[in-house]
Design a protein around this ligand. Structure first.
Ligand code: BDR
Ligand code: CA
Length: 317
């Protein structure tokens, strides 16, 4: 089985990505680590516990990581994901926060990478703060990973949080910079533009959330708020790729589960702008190899939507 470690800032699409991973028969999720991002850290922890409960997978251990970025001010995306990060839907049966493991997420990341050296796939769908800390704590951390899948950044300087910046990278630019510089394992990046171009039709979405299972209904409820925003953000979506449903984190997860969902990619050195007045947090593709860095990343540039849909559908069955 593939061994997964998932690092999330559990908003709605992180929830979807987790559900996809735990539904994949050839995947074993060893742990989920939490980072502040879409919502504050305590909410992230609670949200992951809720998602695992819906999936009957509460045995998967969940760890609390860092709640604030390395250097900048904390931002969130509550306008989109809701104040609690999962669409502000009341849940009387939500598991208590005492179910979070005592050990720190970053300690556990380093431990798991050491224990499963060469076998662990890390999927990061939030700001990269925990990953940046892990490489500081153990510089050999990246070399112990099998591979890394990131949702974040942008490939054509189109942003969703600032004019040029995607949320996860803008939320902690220093962390994103460190990870893209220091991670030597094969690294795959699902950018904002890649996500938008891999949108699914609203007709498909409506069928998907109305499948009638407990998981589909959970997804329908937590997505209700953000999809209202998405469906009305017509101009943005039309500019990028036409109207449709976009589940950013799910593209990174799908590629980790089945690499063939990624139909093409650009192999290049990537970095992050840290100082620009308008461009702080923007991902930069070094296509002319100016930086002369050995560790290239694969920037996803094509998704097999038929395969992707099957993974999405299986995740709510
Ligand atoms: C990313 O930011 C968050 O809103 C999503 O969960 C995703 O990880 C998209 O920019
Ligand atoms: Ca996320």
């Amino acid at each position: 089985k593939l061994k997964f470690l998932i690092d999330v800032d559990c908003g709605t699409d992180d929830a979807q990505a987790i559900m996809m991973a735990v539904a994949a028969p050839h995947v074993k999720v060893l742990a989920i680590t939490c980072v502040g991002g879409n919502t504050q850290l305590e909410n992230v922890c609670k949200n992951v516990l809720r998602v695992l409960k819906v999936c009957n997978r509460s045995e998967i251990p969940v760890y609390r990581g860092l709640g604030t970025p390395i250097l900048g001010e904390r931002i969130n995306a509550s306008y989109f994901h809701g104040k609690d990060g999962l669409g502000d839907v009341p849940d009387a049966d939500a598991p208590g926060i005492e179910n979070i493991q005592k050990e720190h997420a970053v300690d556990m990341m380093v431990k798991l990478a050491t224990k499963h050296a060469g076998q662990l796939t890390l999927i990061a769908t939030g700001p990269l703060t925990n990953l940046a800390m892990a490489v500081r704590m153990d510089p050999s951390f990246p070399s112990k990973l099998k591979d890394l899948y990131i949702m974040g950044g942008n490939m054509e300087s189109r942003g969703n949080t600032t004019a040029c910046g995607e949320f996860n990278f803008v939320a902690d630019p220093e962390a994103a910079y460190m990870v893209l510089r220091d991670f030597t394992c094969p690294t795959y990046i699902a950018t904002w533009e890649h996500s938008c171009r891999s949108k699914l039709s609203w007709e498909w979405y409506d069928k998907w959330v109305n499948m009638g299972t407990a998981k589909a209904t959970f997804i329908k409820n937590i997505y209700a708020l953000s999809m209202k925003t998405s469906r009305s953000e017509k101009e943005v979506k039309e500019m990028v790729a036409g109207a449709g449903f976009v589940s950013c984190d799910a593209y990174a997860m799908a590629a980790a589960i089945d690499k063939s969902t990624m139909t093409s990619s650009i192999e290049t050195v990537v970095t992050v702008e840290l100082n620009g007045k308008f461009t702080r947090g923007m991902m930069v593709l070094d296509l002319i190899d100016e930086l002369k860095r050995p560790n290239k990343a694969f920037v996803m540039n094509g998704c097999d939507l038929e395969k992707f849909k099957v993974l999405m559908e299986n995740s709510v069955k």
